[in-house]
Design a protein around this ligand. Structure first.
Ligand code: HAM
Length: 426
C-alpha cells in the first residue's frame, strides 16, 4: 500500500458515487431552471476578512474551522467554508443589482471546514446552494422553501423534517438577546467554556450547543419578542407554505451557526442519518449585502450538503432505463484489427448512434478472441461486434448478444440499423 492516502476528512468520489452526485446535481439544475436560477461559479478561496465579516467573528466556522493560508504575496486567504459570502461578494463586485430587478443564483462546489471528521462530516464537502437577491416579501421565503421541498421530493427522499423559525431583525432581536443573556448569565456556571466565552457577544449559540442546549429548556424563545413586522412576515411565510402544501414545523428554538441571518431561518433534517442529520439549511440575510459595502438589497438562500443527501437517498445506482446497447468490438488478426478500429470509431460517432448515446469500447485487438470476450463480459457489454479474416473479406461482421451468447452474421453496412433496432426493441 502506498504511504499516500486521502487527507483525513476528505474523500475520493469514485465512479459509482459520482453517478449519485450527477443525479443529485441534475435534479437540482432542472429545478433551478424552472425557478429562474442561473449558475454562478466563484473561486474556492477568498480574503479571510470576507468570511470574518459575513459569517461573524464569534461563530465556530470563523473561530475554529477555516483553512487559512497566506499566499506568496502575504495576502491572508481562506478556503471557502460556505458559498454565500463569495456569491454576495461577486453580486456586489459585478453590480448585479443594477442589471436586473432581482437576481437568482445557484452554485455547486466544494466547501472546506476543519471540523472533527465523523460520519457525514467532512473537511472537504460539496454543497448545492442558491441565493436570491432583491425580494423582501414572504413569498420569496415560501418559494425558496418550496424549491428545497421539491428537490427532496425529486430525489425521492421523503423522510425529512423542515423546521423554520424567525430570528427577528435589528429592531426585535437585540431585545431578545438581552433577555437571553440575562437568563444565561444566571446559569453561567452550568455552561460549557465555549458558551461562557460567547455569552456576551453571541448568546444564541448556547441554544445550538450540544452540551448546553438540553439544560436550557426554559430559556426565553424569540417568538415572544418578535416585532410586529417580523411576526407578520413569519406568519405570511407559514401561510404560503400551508397553501402550497409544503410540510413544515415552527421551532422557536431553532438557531443557525452563521451570523448573517435575519428573520426566516430553516433547517431540513432526517432521521436516517446519525448525529450529522442536517441535509440543508439557510434563511434570509437582509443586511449582509449592505454590511459588505454593497447596496441595500435583501436576500435569502440555502445550501444542501451533497454527501449527506446522497447518503440519505440510499438510492441504488439509477437503473439504466433506456436499454441502449453497449457494444464491445473484438478482432482477430491484423487486417481485421484495422477494420475493427474503424468500426469502433464509427460506432462512437455515427450520428444515429450518438442520438441514442450508444457506448462503444474495444481496443484490445492484440489479445486472443476469448480474452477480448472476457473483457466485454466483465465490463457489462450487451453486444460484441467480432471481426475476423472471413468477415473482413465478405464485408460482414459477427454480432454476438452477450446474455444469450447467440451470434449472427450481417453486412457491415447494416450494423448501425441493426443496433438501432435492438435499442428500439428493448
Ligand atoms: P450550513 O448550515 O453551514 O449553511 O451548511 C449547509 C449544509 O451543508 C448543511 O446542512 C450540511 O448538509 C452541509 N454541511 C455543512 N458542513 C458540512 C460538513 N463538514 N460535512 C458535510 N456536510 C456539511 C451554509 O453553508 C449557508 N451558506 C447556507 C445558506 C445559503 N444560507 C443562505 N444561503
Amino acid at each position: 500500500m502506498s504511504k499516500y492516502q486521502a487527507i483525513r476528512g476528505t474523500k475520493d468520489i469514485l465512479p459509482a458515487e459520482s453517478v449519485q452526485f450527477q443525479r443529485l446535481e441534475s435534479a437540482a439544475r432542472a429545478l433551478f431552471a424552472r425557478y429562474g436560477y442561473a449558475e454562478i461559479r466563484t473561486p474556492t478561496f477568498e480574503a479571510v476578512d470576507l468570511f470574518q465579516r459575513s459569517l461573524g467573528e464569534t461563530t465556530d466556522v470563523v473561530q475554529k474551522e477555516m483553512y487559512l493560508f497566506e499566499d506568496r504575496g502575504g495576502r491572508k486567504l481562506a478556503l471557502r467554508p460556505e458559498g454565500t459570502a463569495g456569491v454576495v461578494r461577486a453580486f456586489i463586485e459585478h453590480h448585479l443589482s443594477q442589471s436586473l430587478p432581482y437576481c437568482k443564483l445557484f452554485y455547486v462546489g466544494p466547501m472546506f471546514r476543519a471540523e472533527r471528521p465523523q460520519a457525514g462530516r467532512y473537511r472537504e464537502f460539496w454543497q448545492i446552494g442558491a441565493e436570491y437577491f432583491g425580494n423582501a416579501g414572504p413569498a420569496a421565503d415560501a418559494e425558496l422553501l418550496a424549491l428545497v421541498d421539491a428537490l427532496f421530493l425529486a430525489l425521492d427522499i421523503r423522510d425529512v423534517r423542515l423546521r423554520i423559525n424567525s430570528i427577528g431583525d435589528q429592531e426585535c432581536r437585540p431585545k431578545y438577546l438581552a433577555a437571553l443573556r440575562t437568563y444565561l448569565t444566571k446559569r453561567s456556571v452550568e455552561l460549557c467554556e465555549d458558551c461562557q466565552r460567547r455569552l456576551d457577544k453571541n448568546p444564541l449559540r448556547a441554544l445550538d450547543c450540544k452540551t448546553d442546549s438540553p439544560k436550557l429548556k426554559d430559556a426565553p424563545t424569540i417568538d415572544a419578542y418578535w416585532c410586529a413586522p417580523c411576526r407578520a412576515h413569519f406568519a405570511a411565510v407559514g401561510q404560503l407554505l400551508t397553501d402550497s402544501h409544503v410540510a413544515f414545523e415552527t421551532d422557536p428554538r431553532l438557531v443557525r451557526g452563521l451570523d448573517y441571518y435575519t428573520r426566516t431561518i430553516f433547517e431540513v433534517t432526517t432521521k436516517v442519518l446519525g448525529a450529522q442529520d442536517a441535509l440543508a439549511a439557510g434563511g434570509r440575510y437582509d443586511k449582509l449585502v449592505k454590511d459588505l459595502d454593497g447596496p441595500d438589497v435583501p436576500a435569502l438562500g440555502f445550501a444542501m450538503g451533497m454527501e449527506r443527501t446522497i447518503q440519505a437517498s440510499q438510492a441504488a445506482a439509477p437503473k439504466i432505463v433506456t436499454a441502449t446497447p453497449f457494444v464491445f468490438v473484438a478482432a482477430m488478426g491484423e487486417a481485421a484489427s484495422r477494420v475493427a478500429y474503424q468500426t469502433l470509431q464509427m460506432l462512437r460517432h455515427s450520428p444515429e448512434l450518438v442520438k441514442i448515446n450508444l457506448r462503444a469500447e474495444g481496443d484490445f485487438f492484440e489479445k486472443k478472441l476469448g480474452a477480448q470476450l472476457t473483457i466485454a463480459d466483465r465490463i457489462g457489454a450487451t453486444h460484441c461486434v467480432i471481426l475476423g479474416e472471413d468477415e473482413v473479406q465478405k464485408g460482414e461482421v459477427t454480432l454476438r448478444t452477450m446474455n444469450t451468447s447467440s451470434q449472427e452474421r450481417l453486412a457491415q453496412k447494416d450494423l448501425v440499423s441493426k443496433l438501432l433496432a435492438v435499442s428500439n426493441l428493448a
